[in-house]
Ligand binder design. Structure first.
Ligand code: GLN
Length: 307
Protein backbone atom coordinates (compact mmCIF):
# COMPACT_ATOMS: atom_id res chain seq x y z
CA UNK A 1 0.00 0.00 0.00
CA UNK A 2 1.23 3.50 -0.82
CA UNK A 3 1.88 5.68 2.21
CA UNK A 4 1.29 8.91 0.25
CA UNK A 5 -1.89 9.63 2.19
CA UNK A 6 -0.30 9.02 5.59
CA UNK A 7 0.84 12.59 6.41
CA UNK A 8 -2.70 13.88 5.86
CA UNK A 9 -4.19 11.00 7.82
CA UNK A 10 -1.92 11.79 10.78
CA UNK A 11 -3.10 15.43 10.77
CA UNK A 12 -6.71 14.24 10.60
CA UNK A 13 -6.26 11.77 13.46
CA UNK A 14 -4.57 14.37 15.66
CA UNK A 15 -7.44 16.81 14.98
CA UNK A 16 -9.98 14.10 15.79
CA UNK A 17 -8.16 13.21 19.01
CA UNK A 18 -8.09 16.90 20.01
CA UNK A 19 -11.81 17.20 19.41
CA UNK A 20 -12.72 14.11 21.40
CA UNK A 21 -12.21 15.83 24.75
CA UNK A 22 -11.75 12.73 26.93
CA UNK A 23 -8.04 12.77 27.60
CA UNK A 24 -7.69 10.49 30.64
CA UNK A 25 -5.73 11.69 33.67
CA UNK A 26 -1.98 12.35 33.81
CA UNK A 27 -0.06 10.32 36.39
CA UNK A 28 -0.23 12.10 39.74
CA UNK A 29 1.78 9.77 41.99
CA UNK A 30 4.87 11.55 40.61
CA UNK A 31 3.91 15.17 41.45
CA UNK A 32 6.00 16.69 38.67
CA UNK A 33 4.09 14.68 36.02
CA UNK A 34 0.71 15.87 37.34
CA UNK A 35 1.60 19.40 36.19
CA UNK A 36 1.56 18.45 32.50
CA UNK A 37 -1.41 19.72 30.47
CA UNK A 38 -3.35 16.60 29.37
CA UNK A 39 -4.79 18.28 26.26
CA UNK A 40 -1.78 17.48 24.08
CA UNK A 41 -1.22 14.87 21.42
CA UNK A 42 1.80 14.13 19.29
CA UNK A 43 2.92 11.48 16.84
CA UNK A 44 6.04 10.75 14.80
CA UNK A 45 6.98 7.95 12.41
CA UNK A 46 10.15 6.75 10.72
CA UNK A 47 9.60 4.61 7.64
CA UNK A 48 11.90 2.06 6.00
CA UNK A 49 12.72 4.40 3.09
CA UNK A 50 14.02 7.03 5.52
CA UNK A 51 10.89 9.21 5.47
CA UNK A 52 10.11 10.90 8.78
CA UNK A 53 6.63 12.16 9.56
CA UNK A 54 5.20 14.09 12.48
CA UNK A 55 1.93 15.69 13.54
CA UNK A 56 0.57 17.53 16.57
CA UNK A 57 3.07 18.05 19.39
CA UNK A 58 5.70 15.88 17.68
CA UNK A 59 8.52 18.14 18.88
CA UNK A 60 7.49 18.68 22.49
CA UNK A 61 9.72 16.82 24.97
CA UNK A 62 7.98 14.59 27.52
CA UNK A 63 9.09 12.24 30.27
CA UNK A 64 9.62 8.82 28.70
CA UNK A 65 9.29 7.01 32.07
CA UNK A 66 8.87 3.27 31.51
CA UNK A 67 9.79 3.47 27.84
CA UNK A 68 13.33 3.80 29.25
CA UNK A 69 13.02 0.17 30.37
CA UNK A 70 13.46 -0.85 26.72
CA UNK A 71 16.75 1.03 26.56
CA UNK A 72 18.08 -0.20 29.91
CA UNK A 73 17.18 -3.75 28.86
CA UNK A 74 19.00 -3.36 25.54
CA UNK A 75 22.03 -1.96 27.39
CA UNK A 76 22.15 -4.71 30.00
CA UNK A 77 21.71 -7.49 27.45
CA UNK A 78 24.66 -6.01 25.60
CA UNK A 79 26.68 -6.12 28.82
CA UNK A 80 25.57 -9.42 30.42
CA UNK A 81 23.85 -11.35 27.64
CA UNK A 82 21.47 -14.07 28.71
CA UNK A 83 22.73 -14.09 32.30
CA UNK A 84 20.08 -11.48 33.04
CA UNK A 85 17.35 -14.12 32.66
CA UNK A 86 18.53 -15.91 35.81
CA UNK A 87 17.23 -12.90 37.74
CA UNK A 88 14.14 -11.89 35.76
CA UNK A 89 11.57 -13.83 33.72
CA UNK A 90 9.93 -13.36 30.35
CA UNK A 91 6.25 -13.95 31.09
CA UNK A 92 3.43 -11.42 31.11
CA UNK A 93 2.36 -10.67 34.66
CA UNK A 94 -1.32 -9.81 34.40
CA UNK A 95 -0.73 -7.47 37.32
CA UNK A 96 -0.22 -3.71 37.63
CA UNK A 97 3.15 -2.21 36.67
CA UNK A 98 4.06 -1.55 40.30
CA UNK A 99 2.62 -4.73 41.83
CA UNK A 100 4.49 -6.71 44.48
CA UNK A 101 2.00 -9.58 44.47
CA UNK A 102 3.75 -12.13 42.23
CA UNK A 103 7.17 -11.47 43.73
CA UNK A 104 6.08 -13.15 46.93
CA UNK A 105 4.83 -16.23 45.10
CA UNK A 106 7.82 -16.49 42.82
CA UNK A 107 10.72 -16.12 45.24
CA UNK A 108 11.68 -12.60 44.32
CA UNK A 109 12.21 -13.26 40.59
CA UNK A 110 10.14 -10.66 38.72
CA UNK A 111 8.00 -11.97 35.88
CA UNK A 112 9.46 -9.71 33.19
CA UNK A 113 11.80 -6.73 32.70
CA UNK A 114 8.98 -4.22 32.04
CA UNK A 115 7.04 -4.37 35.30
CA UNK A 116 8.75 -2.16 37.88
CA UNK A 117 10.23 -5.04 39.88
CA UNK A 118 11.85 -6.46 36.73
CA UNK A 119 13.05 -3.07 35.56
CA UNK A 120 14.63 -2.41 38.96
CA UNK A 121 16.53 -5.71 38.68
CA UNK A 122 17.58 -4.72 35.16
CA UNK A 123 18.92 -1.37 36.37
CA UNK A 124 20.65 -3.10 39.29
CA UNK A 125 22.33 -5.47 36.82
CA UNK A 126 23.34 -2.57 34.60
CA UNK A 127 24.93 -0.85 37.59
CA UNK A 128 26.97 -3.95 38.38
CA UNK A 129 29.56 -2.54 40.74
CA UNK A 130 29.61 0.84 39.01
CA UNK A 131 28.56 4.35 39.98
CA UNK A 132 25.04 5.49 38.94
CA UNK A 133 26.46 8.08 36.56
CA UNK A 134 28.31 5.35 34.64
CA UNK A 135 25.17 3.26 34.15
CA UNK A 136 23.17 6.36 33.23
CA UNK A 137 25.73 7.52 30.73
CA UNK A 138 25.60 4.08 29.12
CA UNK A 139 21.81 4.40 28.69
CA UNK A 140 22.13 7.99 27.43
CA UNK A 141 24.81 6.98 24.96
CA UNK A 142 22.60 4.19 23.59
CA UNK A 143 19.54 6.45 23.28
CA UNK A 144 21.43 9.35 21.70
CA UNK A 145 23.27 7.12 19.25
CA UNK A 146 20.09 5.25 18.28
CA UNK A 147 18.25 8.56 17.74
CA UNK A 148 21.35 10.15 16.15
CA UNK A 149 20.66 13.16 18.34
CA UNK A 150 22.79 14.38 21.25
CA UNK A 151 20.15 16.83 22.41
CA UNK A 152 18.45 14.30 24.74
CA UNK A 153 18.63 14.94 28.48
CA UNK A 154 17.38 13.91 31.90
CA UNK A 155 14.85 16.18 33.63
CA UNK A 156 16.29 16.40 37.13
CA UNK A 157 13.10 17.84 38.64
CA UNK A 158 11.13 14.77 37.50
CA UNK A 159 13.81 12.43 38.84
CA UNK A 160 13.81 14.19 42.24
CA UNK A 161 10.01 14.19 42.31
CA UNK A 162 9.93 10.43 41.73
CA UNK A 163 12.64 9.77 44.32
CA UNK A 164 10.75 11.80 46.91
CA UNK A 165 7.59 9.71 46.48
CA UNK A 166 9.12 6.29 45.82
CA UNK A 167 7.73 4.22 48.72
CA UNK A 168 6.35 1.53 46.46
CA UNK A 169 9.47 1.08 44.36
CA UNK A 170 11.56 1.12 47.56
CA UNK A 171 9.31 -1.64 48.92
CA UNK A 172 9.94 -3.65 45.74
CA UNK A 173 13.68 -3.08 46.09
CA UNK A 174 13.79 -4.22 49.72
CA UNK A 175 11.71 -7.24 48.80
CA UNK A 176 14.11 -8.12 45.98
CA UNK A 177 17.01 -7.63 48.39
CA UNK A 178 15.42 -10.03 50.88
CA UNK A 179 15.50 -12.67 48.13
CA UNK A 180 19.14 -11.93 47.27
CA UNK A 181 18.05 -10.53 43.92
CA UNK A 182 19.68 -7.11 44.38
CA UNK A 183 23.42 -6.39 44.14
CA UNK A 184 23.42 -2.70 45.04
CA UNK A 185 21.87 -0.67 47.88
CA UNK A 186 18.15 0.02 47.29
CA UNK A 187 18.65 3.82 47.39
CA UNK A 188 21.32 3.64 44.72
CA UNK A 189 19.18 1.55 42.38
CA UNK A 190 16.18 3.81 43.02
CA UNK A 191 18.15 6.95 42.20
CA UNK A 192 19.49 5.45 38.98
CA UNK A 193 16.07 4.16 37.94
CA UNK A 194 14.35 7.50 38.68
CA UNK A 195 16.90 9.28 36.49
CA UNK A 196 16.56 6.86 33.56
CA UNK A 197 12.74 7.23 33.77
CA UNK A 198 13.16 11.03 33.74
CA UNK A 199 14.81 11.07 30.29
CA UNK A 200 12.97 13.64 28.18
CA UNK A 201 12.36 13.00 24.51
CA UNK A 202 10.10 14.24 21.75
CA UNK A 203 8.00 11.85 19.64
CA UNK A 204 10.39 12.53 16.77
CA UNK A 205 13.46 11.56 18.83
CA UNK A 206 11.73 8.49 20.23
CA UNK A 207 10.61 7.24 16.81
CA UNK A 208 14.20 7.64 15.61
CA UNK A 209 15.55 5.73 18.61
CA UNK A 210 13.00 2.96 17.89
CA UNK A 211 14.39 2.36 14.39
CA UNK A 212 16.91 -0.11 15.84
CA UNK A 213 14.04 -2.26 17.13
CA UNK A 214 12.17 -2.00 13.83
CA UNK A 215 15.45 -2.99 12.15
CA UNK A 216 14.99 -0.33 9.48
CA UNK A 217 17.66 -0.21 6.78
CA UNK A 218 20.58 2.17 7.14
CA UNK A 219 20.14 2.95 10.86
CA UNK A 220 22.93 2.74 13.46
CA UNK A 221 23.46 -0.95 14.32
CA UNK A 222 23.16 -0.65 18.10
CA UNK A 223 21.78 -4.15 18.78
CA UNK A 224 21.80 -7.46 16.94
CA UNK A 225 18.72 -8.54 14.95
CA UNK A 226 18.14 -11.45 17.35
CA UNK A 227 18.18 -9.11 20.33
CA UNK A 228 15.82 -6.66 18.62
CA UNK A 229 13.42 -9.50 17.80
CA UNK A 230 13.43 -10.70 21.40
CA UNK A 231 12.90 -7.22 22.84
CA UNK A 232 9.98 -6.79 20.42
CA UNK A 233 8.50 -10.07 21.69
CA UNK A 234 8.68 -8.80 25.26
CA UNK A 235 7.13 -5.47 24.25
CA UNK A 236 4.28 -7.36 22.60
CA UNK A 237 3.59 -9.64 25.58
CA UNK A 238 4.51 -7.39 28.52
CA UNK A 239 4.90 -3.80 27.24
CA UNK A 240 1.57 -2.47 28.57
CA UNK A 241 1.48 -4.55 31.80
CA UNK A 242 -2.00 -5.94 32.49
CA UNK A 243 -3.26 -4.07 29.42
CA UNK A 244 -0.91 -5.99 27.09
CA UNK A 245 -3.47 -8.48 25.77
CA UNK A 246 -5.97 -5.79 24.91
CA UNK A 247 -3.24 -3.67 23.33
CA UNK A 248 -2.19 -6.62 21.11
CA UNK A 249 -5.84 -7.09 20.16
CA UNK A 250 -6.43 -3.43 19.36
CA UNK A 251 -3.08 -2.38 17.88
CA UNK A 252 -1.28 -5.59 16.88
CA UNK A 253 2.23 -4.15 17.19
CA UNK A 254 4.88 -4.42 19.94
CA UNK A 255 4.65 -1.33 22.12
CA UNK A 256 6.10 0.07 25.31
CA UNK A 257 4.21 2.65 27.31
CA UNK A 258 5.30 5.06 30.02
CA UNK A 259 3.29 6.98 32.63
CA UNK A 260 4.45 10.19 30.95
CA UNK A 261 1.90 9.28 28.25
CA UNK A 262 4.30 8.11 25.55
CA UNK A 263 4.17 4.82 23.64
CA UNK A 264 6.92 3.51 21.37
CA UNK A 265 5.64 1.10 18.71
CA UNK A 266 7.50 -1.17 16.34
CA UNK A 267 6.34 -2.44 12.95
CA UNK A 268 9.30 -4.72 12.18
CA UNK A 269 11.02 -3.90 8.92
CA UNK A 270 8.42 -1.23 8.16
CA UNK A 271 8.25 1.61 10.68
CA UNK A 272 9.06 2.94 14.11
CA UNK A 273 6.26 4.97 15.68
CA UNK A 274 6.00 7.19 18.75
CA UNK A 275 2.74 8.57 20.09
CA UNK A 276 2.23 10.83 23.10
CA UNK A 277 -0.67 12.16 25.08
CA UNK A 278 -0.28 12.57 28.86
CA UNK A 279 -3.69 11.30 30.03
CA UNK A 280 -3.68 7.66 31.14
CA UNK A 281 -6.18 4.81 31.24
CA UNK A 282 -6.68 2.61 34.30
CA UNK A 283 -3.58 0.53 33.48
CA UNK A 284 -1.26 3.55 33.31
CA UNK A 285 -1.09 3.54 29.50
CA UNK A 286 -1.82 6.64 27.40
CA UNK A 287 -5.52 6.70 26.60
CA UNK A 288 -5.43 8.88 23.50
CA UNK A 289 -2.02 7.47 22.54
CA UNK A 290 -3.44 3.95 22.42
CA UNK A 291 -6.39 5.16 20.36
CA UNK A 292 -4.02 6.91 17.97
CA UNK A 293 -1.81 3.81 17.65
CA UNK A 294 -4.89 1.71 16.92
CA UNK A 295 -6.02 4.10 14.21
CA UNK A 296 -2.57 4.30 12.60
CA UNK A 297 -2.34 0.49 12.54
CA UNK A 298 -5.85 0.36 11.10
CA UNK A 299 -5.06 2.88 8.36
CA UNK A 300 -1.71 1.40 7.34
CA UNK A 301 -2.61 -2.27 7.89
CA UNK A 302 0.59 -2.74 9.90
CA UNK A 303 0.36 -5.70 12.26
CA UNK A 304 2.69 -8.48 13.36
CA UNK A 305 -0.32 -10.80 13.02
CA UNK A 306 -0.96 -10.15 9.34
CA UNK A 307 1.15 -10.23 6.16
N1 GLN B 1 9.01 5.81 36.98
C1 GLN B 1 7.73 5.16 36.98
C2 GLN B 1 7.56 4.27 38.19
O1 GLN B 1 8.38 3.52 38.52
C3 GLN B 1 7.55 4.41 35.72
C4 GLN B 1 6.23 3.70 35.63
C5 GLN B 1 5.66 3.66 34.24
O2 GLN B 1 5.98 4.44 33.38
N2 GLN B 1 4.72 2.75 34.06
O3 GLN B 1 6.57 4.30 38.85
Amino acid sequence: MSMDGLPKELERLVAEARGAGDWGRPADYIPELAKVDPAQVGVALCLADGTELGAGEADRPFSIQSISKVFSLAAVLGRLGDDLWRRVGREPSGTAFDSIFLLEHENGRPRNPFINAGALVTTDALLGGREPRQALSEIMHLVRAAAEDDDIHIDKAVAESEKATASRNMALLYYLQSHDNLLNPPEMVMGTYAHQCAIEMTCRQLARAGRMLAMLPGVPAMISPLRARRINALMMTCGQYDGSGNFAFRVGLPGKSGVGGGILLVAPGVASIAVWSPGLDGYGNSQVGTWLAERIAGYTGWSVFAP
